[in-house]
Ligand binder design. Structure first.
Ligand SMILES: [Fe+2]
Ligand SMILES: [Fe+2]
Length: 185
């Protein structure tokens, strides 16, 4: 059965995956010792850092919290995914610093950027696969209409679970610009 909450998370996964491919192509260029488009690379990181941190991961964290109370078998996976959200933020911060250093410092800085960039993409991929294969299907099966209704309610202490219209417009415009690149889809 279609679930709007999970549908939105899956839709965001598709977009993040597309932007991840933009980043991957720039890393491939650096791997050939050619100069990547650093503006594009930094914009892709900006998108990946902006949307998940402000909206996607916090919505997932709320889902994990709820799911933990109804399915204790998933406790280990849910804890790992929650910790990975923090790990992903740290990797993005490091990657942004390495991208700026490589833009200034040239090819000598490419190997560290490549290593960190590929690690980051690998972790992101396995993270979203685990969510899509193990967590979302169980949530769709086990959570009740009341659970979903509660998850949609904004919480007073939740500062990371929503974005304002201006931020939403900025994220959308950034995404469109990234997708305008050749072979971006
Ligand atoms: Fe996640
Ligand atoms: Fe996710």
């Amino acid at each position: 059965m279609y679930n709007a909450y999970i549908g939105q998370l899956l839709y965001e996964h598709i977009r993040m995956r597309r932007v991840g491919r933009v980043l991957e192509r720039q890393l491939d260029i650096a791997a050939r010792c050619e100069e990547p488009d650093f503006i594009l690379l930094i914009r892709a990181l900006d998108y990946l850092r902006g949307l998940p941190a402000r909206l996607h991961h916090s919505r997932e964290d709320r889902l994990f919290e709820r799911l933990r109370t109804v399915d204790t078998n998933l406790a280990r996976e849910l804890e790992m995914l929650r910790a990975q959200h923090q790990e992903i933020y740290q990797l993005e911060d490091t990657l942004q610093e390495l991208a700026v250093a490589a833009a200034k410092g040239g090819q000598a800085a490419y190997p560290r950027l490549l290593e960190a960039g590929r690690d980051y993409l690998r972790i992101r991929k396995s993270h979203s696969q685990l969510e899509e294969r193990s967590v979302f299907p169980v949530a769709a099966r086990k959570l009740t209409p009341e659970d979903w209704q509660l998850l949609e309610c904004p919480r007073l202490d939740d500062h990371g679970g929503s974005i304002d219209a201006e931020m939403h417009g900025r994220v959308l415009s950034l995404y469109r610009r990234l997708m305008e690149q050749p072979k971006a889809a």
